[in-house]
Every structure is written in structure tokens, then in C-alpha cells.
Design a protein around this ligand. Structure first.
Ligand code: NAP
Length: 323
């Protein structure tokens, strides 16, 4: 495994990390979740990502249970939560969003579910149009000062909103956001590569990126339809299918087919190739992986070697394939 600093902070995260979205307490039960965390840990992964909204908090409970069962040393791993969507199935106004109240309640809930005394990373899962950014910055700073959160950050905030959070923090001598959690993969590049470009030097912004395989699309498993026993084939995942395939479904699948053909010509599996491509961006602190089986995780971990193992001509072919 390779370790990278979270932006300009001193926290060293594994370049590949592991998250629980739509898998833990939903697609996979406790036994597979335990195997996944054990496989990740045994291969050097030290950051486990979660959120209050994943399976209404049950993903955090399952992760906390499994980590406790595996007796991972608390000083050896990092765990995160995210606040915004709420963990209640039909959240009331104070049970969601980024108000001081919900940011504080959600932190306490995550600490309990994950069975830890502090969260290493705590993210605002989306911007909240109904809460002034200033209120959220003060709430996050209070949690840091109370020792309940070590690093706070954002997820899918605009560069303008991140800049505003920094301005407020600087003005009041508060802890600014350390990291952002954006989507980043071969099919979704603009925000990380263009919109945030000035922020890396300006604020030492770290990034922990999500969906490196676009929910599995970049493995090529959906090239000829949607197989059962896959994320997009899972009952109740119609919303996810629409999100991943988008409006221009045929065009998107064509780009993926060209990518998987290129992987074939290079003699490598598409999944680690797509993940290795994310790792090649020096502004990525950690690529958060998802997996429903330990075998997938083992295959994806090969991305670390692959990111240094191909020449520039090969990477140019990859870029050309996705357009
Ligand atoms: N901040 C945010 O808003 C946000 C949003 C989404 C995710 N995230 C975080 O990012 C993490 C990773 O995102 P993601 O789960 O979408 O990652 P992803 O790598 O794009 O998709 C993971 C899924 O792809 C399939 N897969 C993975 N490796 C495979 C392989 N080698 N061969 C075949 N299929 C494979 C599996 O699904 P199946 O086997 O079920 O098909 C797996 O669950 C999440 O767990 C979460 O922690 C954050």
C-alpha cells in the first residue's frame, strides 16, 4: 500500500480506502462486511468511509461492530462519517441538514454507532441551502475543539462554497475544512481537475474521492445489459441506475466499451486500470473503493502497482478511449 498526506495536513491515509455506501446492511450482511474490512486492513487500508445516511445509520453500526470484533487498534485506522441526509427514514427538519443542532446530533450518533470516541474525518455530505455556511463552520470548529472530530471537510461543495468556509474560518480563527469528498472517475473529471484546481495550492485541500468505477460501470459488467446480483441489478436501485447511466445512456456505454477494449489490449483488468488512473492524479489523497465481495477488493488493490507500471503511451490510450 502507498500512503498519502490528506492535503497539507499531517494525516497519512492509505492511497486506497474503503467505503460502505449501498453495500453494508443493504447488499451485504455482517459476515461479508467483516471479510471486506479484514481484507482491506490486511492489505494496508487505514481509512474506512461511512455516513449517517448509509442504510439509515445501519452501515455505521455494522462497520463499528465489525471493527470492534476484529480488534483493530484505534490509533492504526481512520474512520469517517458524513452529515446532511439524516439517519431517520423520514427525517424531521432538525434531523437533517447542516444546522449546528443536526451537525452536533449526527456526530454524537455516528460516534455511538461506530463505537469510537472521536471521528477522524467528518464531512458535510452536501451544501445546505437552508443553513448559513458560517453556522456550520462554527459547529464543526466546536466539535474539533471538543475532541470529537479531528479533521472536518465537505462533500460535493462548489469551489465558491469551500472558499467561503475558509474565509469565515480565517476571519474568526476557526478550524477550516481540510478535505473535500468529490466523485472522481474516468467518466466524471471536471470538478476535481478544473473547478477545484486553484484550491489545492491555495488551501492545501485534500481529496478523498468516490465511485472510482462509477458504481461498477467501468468494470465493463454492464456493457451488454444489467446482470442480476450486481449493484445496478439490485432491487430498489432504479434511482442509482438512472444516476449512473444518465440521460445519454448509449453514449456513456459506448465510452465504457472503448475503455474496456483498451484495457484488454493493454492486458490488464478494467477495474484496477480505472482506479489506477484516479491514483495518478497527485491531488487525490485517497481513492475510496467500494466492493460487495473480498475478491473484488483484492483485484482493485492491484491498482497501486498498476498506477506506476504503465507508460505514458498506455495512459494516453486510456484517455483517448473515454474521450
Ligand atoms: N460523498 C458522497 O456523496 C459519496 C457518494 C458515493 C460513494 N461515496 C463513498 O465512496 C465509496 C466508493 O464508492 P462506490 O462504492 O460507488 O465505488 P465504485 O468502485 O465506483 O463501485 C463499487 C461497486 O462496483 C462493483 N465492483 C467493485 N469492484 C469490482 C470488480 N473488481 N469487479 C466487478 N465489480 C466490481 C461492486 O458492486 P456490485 O458487485 O454490487 O456490482 C462495488 O460495490 C462508497 O462506499 C462511499 O464510502 C461517497
Amino acid at each position: 500500500m502507498q500512503y498519502r498526506r490528506l492535503g497539507s495536513s499531517g494525516l497519512q491515509l492509505s492511497a486506497l480506502s474503503f467505503g460502505a455506501w449501498v453495500t453494508f446492511a443493504s447488499q451485504v450482511g455482517r459476515s461479508v462486511a467483516r471479510d471486506l474490512i479484514a481484507t482491506a486492513w490486511d492489505n494496508g487500508i487505514n481509512f474506512f468511509d461511512n455516513a449517517e445516511g448509509y442504510a439509515n445509520g445501519q452501515a455505521e453500526s455494522m462497520m463499528g461492530d465489525v471493527i470492534a470484533d476484529l480488534r483493530l487498534p484505534r490509533d492504526g485506522y481512520c474512520v469517517s462519517s458524513k452529515v446532511f441526509f439524516g439517519s431517520a427514514s423520514d427525517p424531521r427538519p432538525t434531523q437533517k441538514g447542516l444546522s449546528r443542532k443536526h451537525v452536533t446530533d449526527a456526530c454524537h450518533g455516528a460516534l455511538q454507532r461506530l463505537r469510537v470516541d472521536y471521528l477522524d474525518l467528518y464531512y458535510c455530505h452536501r451544501p445546505d441551502p437552508d443553513t448559513p455556511i458560517e453556522e456550520t463552520v462554527w459547529a464543526m470548529d466546536a466539535l474539533v475543539r471538543q475532541g470529537k472530530v479531528l479533521y472536518w471537510g465537505t462533500s460535493e461543495w462548489s469551489a465558491t462554497q469551500i472558499r467561503e468556509a475558509h474565509r469565515i474560518a480565517r476571519h474568526h480563527h476557526l478550524h477550516p475544512p481540510t478535505m473535500e469528498q468529490p466523485q472522481y472517475n474516468l467518466l466524471h473529471r471536471e470538478r476535481v481537475e478544473l473547478e477545484y484546481a486553484p484550491l489545492y495550492a491555495e488551501f492545501g485541500l485534500g481529496t478523498t474521492t468516490w465511485s472510482p468505477l462509477s458504481s461498477g460501470l467501468l468494470t465493463g459488467k454492464y456493457n451488454d445489459g444489467i446482470p442480476e446480483q450486481t449493484r445496478l441489478g439490485h432491487e430498489g436501485h432504479g434511482w442509482l441506475k438512472r444516476m449512473v447511466l444518465g440521460d445519454a445512456e448509449a453514449q456513456r456505454l459506448e465510452r465504457v466499451r472503448r475503455f474496456t477494449a483498451t484495457a484488454g489490449r493493454l492486458g490488464v483488468a478494467p477495474a484496477p486500470l480505472a482506479i489506477a488512473w484516479c491514483l495518478r492524479n497527485p491531488h487525490v489523497s485517497s481513492v475510496i473503493l467500494g466492493a460487495s465481495h473480498p475478491e473484488q477488493l483484492l483485484q482493485n488493490l492491484k491498482a497501486v502497482e498498476l498506477s506506476d507500471g504503465l507508460d505514458d503511451a498506455a495512459w494516453q490510450q486510456v484517455r483517448a478511449a473515454v474521450g
